[in-house]
Design a protein around this ligand. Structure first.
Ligand code: UDP
Ligand code: MN
Length: 250
């Protein structure tokens, strides 16, 4: 049986949200045995996302947790609480399955809602034994960042930004086996002590070492995921009066 791929997607309400989720669902729907964990950054699950997931045509779990207001500031890492909620859900569900002696193979990765994912990426990450890594396009002020590989081992990082990071890799550049997540129950994303850009390193050093990383995508020479960002929408001409006669979800 194929290991299940669990994709944890933090998401928040904004004009492009449904468009982003639509693109993501159109990709994920084409991947066998994928379970989508959508975590809203909100005080409650929204109607928009609930309705969307009900019609998305793929297995999903819908969670929510609001980011405390004090952490909603430029320069602070985003979606810490949401990724941790996804991790907590996974651990709880599988503890339960373990109790019933139904341990299932799985791979977890963090799928931001605005990135672009090739289908090949999922074939690559599916064979993750502990923690796998690969290049990410359009990130860190470069065309790509990538792990440097020698004799099948990661020996360093090609990056233009904070090269002192122990794991100089974006959230979109790694996957973790479910077994590693379950056997390191305390590994979480931290607010305290985590500087900008150190979320990934801080998390990865709780569960693995650089020597142990499994390079994917042809020894990290192919870009299969892009850290795309969506332009802020211009709503300057939204009416204040003379509203439309129907209410339309966008
Ligand atoms: N996100 C969130 N709450 C926020 C800001 C972002 O849940 O207040 C989510 C967002 O939907 C995305 C992820 O966190 O899935 C990363 O955010 P973003 O894409 O803005 O970060 P960047 O591209 O700058 O790394
Ligand atoms: Mn993004």
């Amino acid at each position: 049986q194929l290991p299940t791929i669990y994709a944890i997607t933090p998401t928040y309400s904004r004009p492009v949200q449904k468009a982003e989720l639509t693109r993501l669902a159109n990709t994920f729907r084409q991947v066998a045995q994928l379970h989508w964990i959508v975590v809203e950054d909100a005080a409650a699950r929204s109607e928009l996302v609930s309705r969307f997931l009900a019609r998305a045509g793929l297995p999903s779990t819908h969670l929510h947790v609001p980011t405390p207001r004090r952490y909603k500031r430029p320069g602070l890492p985003r979606a810490t609480e949401q990724r941790n909620a996804g991790l907590a859900w996974l651990r709880q569900r599988h503890q339960h399955l373990l109790l019933h002696q139904r341990a299932q193979p799985g791979v977890l990765f963090f799928a931001d809602d605005d990135n672009t994912y090739s289908l090949e990426l999922f074939q690559e990450m599916r064979t993750t034994r502990k923690v796998s890594v690969w290049p990410v396009g359009l990130v860190g002020g470069r065309r790509y960042e990538r792990p440097l590989v020698k004799n099948g081992r990661v020996v360093g990082w090609y990056t233009g930004w904070r090269a002192d990071r122990p794991f100089a890799i974006d959230m979109a550049g790694f996957a973790v086996s479910l077994q590693v997540i379950l056997s390191n129950p305390k590994a979480v994303f931290k607010r305290r002590g985590s500087q900008p850009g150190m979320q990934e390193s801080d998390f990865l050093k709780q569960i693995t070492t650089v020597e142990e990383l499994e390079p994917k995508a042809n020894n990290c020479t192919k870009v299969l995921v892009w850290h795309t960002r969506t332009e802020k929408v211009n709503l300057a001409n939204e009416p204040k009066y003379h509203l439309d006669t129907v209410k339309i979800e966008v």
